[in-house]
Design a protein around this ligand. Structure first.
Ligand SMILES: [Fe+2]
Length: 163
């Protein structure tokens, strides 16, 4: 199981609280894997991660736009790639491939290490310069919460294992 560590902190409570939720979801994936890749649990994990991703990516991207963050586009691209990976996992589960629990857990862990610890850390300076760390329960401007997660349609399904 993964526990929250100080090194994961951005020093911005709004973002840290959301990242803590992400760790909770990784732990649910680990439990599903330990339960012999329980398909219902895996579907629940993917469902939760999808809802989390839409909301959390919207939070980050909204602040990036609001604060004119220079690396907005490359960061958003990583969000889109992650979302597409989750959709692929969903399709595999629907097709009865429950052996991908390992890959799901690995993907979520890698996201924590590579995205949160590296890519997300890059916006901390910009967000703090704009005072985000000084605010608690910072409300997003309504007009900007409409920033949507763009999902690129999957091109091929032929690689999906069918039982
Ligand atoms: Fe991010």
């Amino acid at each position: 199981m993964i526990t929250w560590k100080d090194k994961y902190s951005m020093g911005i409570s709004r973002i840290d609280d959301e990242h803590k939720k992400f760790i909770d979801i990784i732990n649910k994936a680990i439990v599903a894997k330990e339960h012999n890749n329980n398909p219902e649990e895996l579907k629940e994990v993917l469902h939760e991660i999808t809802i989390f991703a839409v909301s959390h990516f919207s939070t980050e991207e909204t602040f990036m736009i609001e604060f004119n963050y220079a690396e907005y586009h490359s960061h958003k691209k990583e969000h889109i790639l992650f979302s597409n990976t989750i959709i692929e996992f969903f399709n595999k589960i629907i097709d009865g491939d429950y052996q991908i629990a390992d890959k799901i857990v690995e993907c979520l862990k890698q996201w924590l290490i590579n995205h949160i610890l590296l890519t997300d850390k890059k916006y901390v300076g910009c967000f703090k310069e704009n005072g985000l760390h000084l605010l608690h329960n910072h409300k997003l401007p309504i007009i900007l919460t409409k920033v949507q997660l763009v999902i690129i349609p999957l091109k091929h399904h032929s690689h999906i294992k069918r039982n």
